[in-house]
Ligand binder design. Structure first.
Ligand code: DAK
Length: 257
């Protein structure tokens, strides 16, 4: 594992996955997400693990999918690479996953957090879907999950402007379970994990499955639409310009083409 660290049984029945690309603010390249998928599949099969915590570092949970890896891709490249199957497999994890978030959780990072089951945030956490600023839209469930989590008006505001939510705001809008001082976010995540890990793993898994069913009944249709539209942004000059400008550290000049 190059981009993640996995500690099984950090506490009894609790495993920890740490995203570990600190120089790139844990930008989620394809290999990192595949490593997360593989780790989750292993942990799901391991009877000594009942709850999984996923975290980044103090500065960033993850600042999004890796823009440098996507910048030159065409719509067809994106379709053929099919990163979604990795994300879909992550979504199928049976054991509960707690995201412990400090610093940036942006774009794919915010979507990854929303794919987890519960969220403990440091007071420094910042959540957002800033894809619009680089000429694309959320591609891993953001338009669907953020809207269901915080409501239409606020989701529209965040996704159409790319603004960030502070940890306090994220708590107010029910995107996160709890906000704690930055020294405490991992500790709090472990407290929650240990409480759940003492309970019946069978009941916990069935409860998780049932809650997700209520949440996801209409999600598939939404995700299908979102995917098509995400691919479509890669047919635009604006996506090329937005991602190129980010890499070149300049302001993008969008033309609406
Ligand atoms: N990708 C690649 N590199 C990134 C990055 C990213 N998302 N975010 C940060 N970095 C890199 C920077 O390029 C910089 O690298 P060097 O220049 O030092 O080599 C390093 O991390 C530190 O970043 P900054 O110098 O920019 O740090 P600042 O503190 O000044 O700013 C920031 C922090 C988080 C505000 C800024 O880095 C930023 O705006 N980052 C981009 C945020 C963003 O736009 N995120 C959304 C990306 S699009 C999909 C799944 C998911 C997605 C799509 C499809 N499928 C399953 C198909 C998701 C898409 C996205 O997330």
């Amino acid at each position: 594992m190059e981009f993640i660290k996995v500690t099984e049984q950090k506490e009894p029945f609790v495993a920890l996955i740490e995203l570990n690309r600190p120089k790139e603010l844990n930008a989620l390249n394809r290999q990192l997400m595949e490593e997360v998928r593989d780790a989750l599949q292993q942990l799901d099969k391991n009877d000594l693990v009942r709850v999984i915590i996923i975290t980044g570092n103090e500065q960033a949970f993850a600042a999004g999918a890796d823009i440098k890896q996507m910048a030159d891709k065409t719509a067809i490249d994106m379709l053929m690479i099919d990163q979604f199957s990795t994300w879909d497999q992550i979504r199928k994890t049976k054991k509960p996953i707690i995201a412990a978030v400090s610093g940036f959780a942006l774009g794919g990072g915010c979507e990854f957090v929303m794919t987890c089951d519960m969220v403990i945030a440091s007071e420094t956490a910042k959540f957002g879907q800033p894809e619009i600023k680089i000429g694309t839209i959320p591609g891993a469930g953001g338009t669907q999950r953020l809207t269901k989590a915080i409501g239409k008006a606020k989701a529209m505001e965040l996704i159409l402007t790319g603004r960030f939510l502070s940890a306090e705001e994220a708590f107010f809008y029910r995107l996160v379970n709890k906000v704690v001082p930055k020294e405490m976010y991992l500790y709090e995540a472990f407290q929650l994990a240990k409480e759940i890990a003492q309970l019946s793993p069978v009941a916990v898994q069935l409860a998780k499955e049932s809650i997700n069913r209520s949440f996801e009944t209409h999600l598939d249709e939404g995700l299908t639409l979102e995917r098509k539209n995400f691919y479509l942004t890669f047919a635009s000059e604006d996506q090329k310009e937005g991602m190129k400008a980010f890499v070149e550290k300049r302001k993008p000049d969008f033309k609406g083409k």
